[in-house]
Ligand binder design. Structure first.
Ligand code: ACO
Length: 331
């Protein structure tokens, strides 16, 4: 099969990370855990935690401004702003609308996309479809996550895993040179919703003193089940994204996976047939920032020269929903 001609390209990327570094030893002072346990089971050494006054929309705006600068795009040129977030600043309006007003992209439509850790991949594909339909030429795709706000800081099995941050990409109509999104394969399975969820605080179980006292508005996770599903689904998504692009694993210069756990990353890379020296890893420095992990890793990989003009990347992610997906992208 021939490699498809991309409809859109990634014209610029950006990231924002809060300054505040929280190490495993810091966490061990407030809960029954240890640096040794966290590093061995997850690969995480430290994470960034945003201060209470820093909104996800503000983090996303910083990342978006950098992506726009690299792409040479002015706020008024943005036709659509899609923000993936599992941690909206408020229930209404969307974090995307708050971000639109901060960025000043007044000609855009703006909305949030909720697909947990797979959000950035879904959002890139939505942007691709919007541009393919001829509705606009420039999309701003931002992932902004303040996971620290939905953690149960008394639950050591989840609190040690997550961090805060934002990543962004400017998506533009491809120029016909072959650069851009080559393929994607995304799926979800709502039957497994309760493996990773926040039971209370929504319309089904509105906030009440009981919800707050029982911490039902905070994240709950069945870690082992998530682990098994993550590896299986990401391996399958990689295979199908490669097939749709007419590529094999040996054509991939760098795999940029969701950063939840080094053991999940290693198992996925193994199934996908990609050696670890071609896998981007920053889970040790940031932990799991839900949908922000992939665009932050992608931006770092470009900055470090591990991705550059002509290289072929594959991204893959997995999250609550359950949701999962993979994409191949030529830079
Ligand atoms: N410190 C010390 N001990 C701990 C900690 C901790 N932070 N957390 C759990 N333990 C203990 C458990 O209580 C258990 O003790 P027990 O055997 O006495 O009962 C023991 O460690 C082993 O616990 P497991 O849950 O079996 O440990 P496991 O090796 O499976 O690792 C982990 C747990 C890291 C959560 C792993 O299952 C994992 O990474 N799962 C996937 C999580 C994930 O990727 N989530 C994000 C999805 S993306 C999204 O949408 C947000």
């Amino acid at each position: 099969m021939q490699t498809p001609m991309p409809i859109v390209e990634i014209a610029g990327t950006g990231r924002f990370l809060p300054d505040n570094v929280v190490t495993n030893d810091d966490l061990a002072k407030r809960m029954d855990t240890s640096d040794e346990w966290i590093q061995t089971r997850t690969g995480i050494r430290e994470r960034r935690i945003a201060p209470p006054e820093l909104w996800a929309a503000q983090m996303g705006t910083e990342a978006a401004r950098k992506a726009m600068e690299k792409a040479g795009v002015e706020p008024g040129e943005v036709d659509i702003l899609i923000v993936s977030t599992a941690t909206p600043d408020r229930w209404l309006p969307s974090t995307a609308c708050d971000m639109q007003s901060l960025i000043g992209c007044d000609n855009a439509l703006a909305f949030d996309l909720m697909a947990a850790c797979t959000g950035h991949l879904y959002a890139l594909t939505m942007a691709e479809g919007y541009i393919a339909a001829g509705r606009g030429e420039v999309a701003l795709v931002v992932a902004a996550e303040k996971m620290s706000a939905i953690m149960d800081w008394d639950d050591r099995s989840t609190a040690v895993l997550f961090g805060d941050g934002a990543g962004a990409a400017v998506v533009r109509k491809a120029d016909g040179s072959g650069r851009g999104i080559l393929s994607s394969h995304h799926r979800s399975d709502g039957k497994l919703a309760e493996l990773l969820y926040r039971p209370g605080g929504g319309a089904v179980e509105p906030l009440s003193q009981t919800v707050l006292d029982e911490g039902r508005h905070l994240l709950k996770m069945e870690g082992r089940e998530i682990f098994k599903n993550a590896v299986r689904s990401m391996a399958e998504a990689c295979d199908l994204a490669l097939q749709k692009a007419g590529l094999t694993a040996s054509d991939i210069d760098l795999l940029v996976p969701h950063q939840a756990n080094i053991r999940i990353i290693e198992a996925t890379a193994k199934y996908a047939g990609i050696p670890m020296d071609k896998v981007y890893v920053n889970v040790d420095r940031y932990g799991n920032m839900s949908s922000a992990t992939v665009p932050i890793a992608f931006d770092e990989a470009i900055e470090q020269g591990r991705l550059g003009p002509g290289s072929t990347a594959m991204t893959v992610a997995f999250g609550a929903g359950l949701t999962w997906g993979a994409m191949t992208i030529r830079l």
